[in-house]
Design a protein around this ligand. Structure first.
Ligand code: Q46
Ligand code: ZN
Ligand code: ZN
Length: 306
C-alpha cells in the first residue's frame, strides 16, 4: 500500500478514515489532528502555560512530545505513587519520564512523591482506609485529581492536559451510559472549564485519536515508554468495556469515533445540562480545594489519621 500523500510505502493504515500514510506523513497527520482539537475545543492558546500529567505511558509522553513540537509552553507533572508490589512499576515509569525529558531541552517537569509529601505510598494508604475492595484505583484517582489540581493552581498554569485517548473516553462513556449516570456523563468533555471554586481547566487534546494511533505515533517517532500496565489495572471494568468496543470497531470501523462525536453533539445541544449544574461546591476547610461536601475534602480525610 502506498502513502496517500507521496510515493513512499504506507506504514500505517487507518480503516476508519480510509487513510494510509508513510513514516513521514503519519506523524505530521497525528500532530495536526491534536492541534485541530486544541483549537476546535478552545483548549488553550499559544501564550498560555500548560501542565501535562505524565505517567511514563505512551499517551502522556506522546502528548507532551506533540505539545512541545507545536511550540506550546508545556511542563510535565509526574506523580510518584510508590507502586512496587514486586514489579517496580513506579520506579520504572518515572525513569521513562526522566529519559524523555533528558532528550528535550524544553521539557521541564515536577515530581510529586506521594510518600515523601503525605507519609504513605498509594498501596499503603489504600490498605489502611480499605476503600475499593483491595483495589487502590479509587484512592489513586482521588490522589491524582487532588495533586494535579494543586500543582496546576500553585504553578500558575492555565490548563491541565491529560493523554486520554478516544478508546479511554469511549470506554468511560459506555460504562456511564450502561448505568445512565447522567451526572458523570454531563461532566465528560474535551474541555472542562476552570471553576470559581478553584478547579483547574482540564483538557484532553487526544480525545479523538484512537489508541492504536497513539501506539503508531510513539513507535514511528521513537518515544520510549513503559509497556507494562499498572499492576492494579488487571480486571478493571474499563478494560472489559474496551474489549466489547474493540469487537464492534473490528466489525464496523469508525464505531468508536461516531459514538463519541455523536455524544459531543448531543452534549452541545444541552442534553445533559441540568445534571452538569446540579453539583454545588465548597472549599475544603484544610486544603481549600473544591469539594461537594462541606468540611474536609475526600483527599484530606484520607490522611487524617497518618
Ligand atoms: S495507576 Fe492508579 Fe491506574 Fe494503577 S492504581 Fe488503578 S488507577 S490502575 S490509571
Ligand atoms: Zn507520505
Ligand atoms: Zn482538602
Amino acid at each position: 500500500m502506498k502513502c496517500r500523500k507521496c510515493d513512499r510505502p504506507a506504514v500505517f493504515n487507518m480503516r476508519q478514515h480510509k487513510l494510509a500514510l508513510c513514516e513521514v506523513h503519519y506523524p505530521e497527520w497525528f500532530v495536526a489532528q491534536a492541534e485541530r482539537a486544541i483549537e476546535k475545543y478552545h483548549m488553550f492558546g499559544p501564550d498560555e502555560r500548560v501542565l501535562v500529567a505524565v505517567s511514563g505511558g505512551k499517551d502522556s509522553l506522546a502528548l507532551w512530545d506533540v505539545l512541545l513540537k507545536l511550540g506550546y509552553r508545556a511542563d510535565g507533572l509526574y506523580i510518584d505513587l510508590g507502586i512496587d508490589d514486586g514489579t517496580g512499576y513506579s520506579a520504572a515509569s518515572r525513569e521513562k519520564v526522566e529519559q524523555f525529558a533528558a532528550r528535550r531541552t524544553k521539557a521541564r517537569f515536577t515530581v510529586v512523591d506521594v510518600k515523601a509529601e503525605y507519609g504513605e505510598t498509594l498501596p499503603e494508604v489504600a490498605r489502611r482506609v480499605r476503600r475499593g475492595r483491595g483495589k487502590p484505583c479509587s484512592v489513586c484517582g482521588l490522589i491524582k485529581r487532588h495533586v494535579m489540581n494543586r500543582v496546576t493552581r500553585d504553578g500558575g498554569y492555565d490548563a491541565l492536559a491529560t493523554g486520554h485517548n478516544l478508546d479511554d473516553e469511549v470506554a468511560v462513556l459506555f460504562g456511564n451510559v450502561l448505568h445512565w449516570q447522567t451526572g458523570y456523563i454531563a461532566r465528560q468533555a474535551p474541555v472542562l472549564p476552570a471553576s470559581d471554586e478553584g478547579l483547574a481547566r482540564k483538557v484532553k487534546p487526544f480525545c479523538r485519536l484512537y489508541e492504536r494511533e497513539m501506539a503508531a505515533y510513539t513507535l514511528i517517532t521513537g518515544i520510549d515508554y513503559i509497556y507494562d500496565e499498572c499492576p492494579y489495572a488487571v480486571g478493571a471494568t474499563s478494560l472489559r468495556h474496551k474489549g466489547v468496543l474493540n469487537r464492534m470497531e473490528e466489525e464496523s470501523p469508525g464505531t468508536k469515533l461516531q459514538f463519541y462525536l455523536s455524544f459531543l453533539r448531543a452534549r452541545k445541544a444541552w442534553f445533559f445540562c441540568e445534571q452538569a449544574e446540579a453539583v454545588e461546591l465548597h472549599p475544603c476547610t484544610n486544603c481549600g480545594q473544591a469539594t461537594s461536601v462541606p468540611g474536609l475534602c475526600a483527599f484530606c480525610r484520607l490522611w487524617e489519621r497518618v
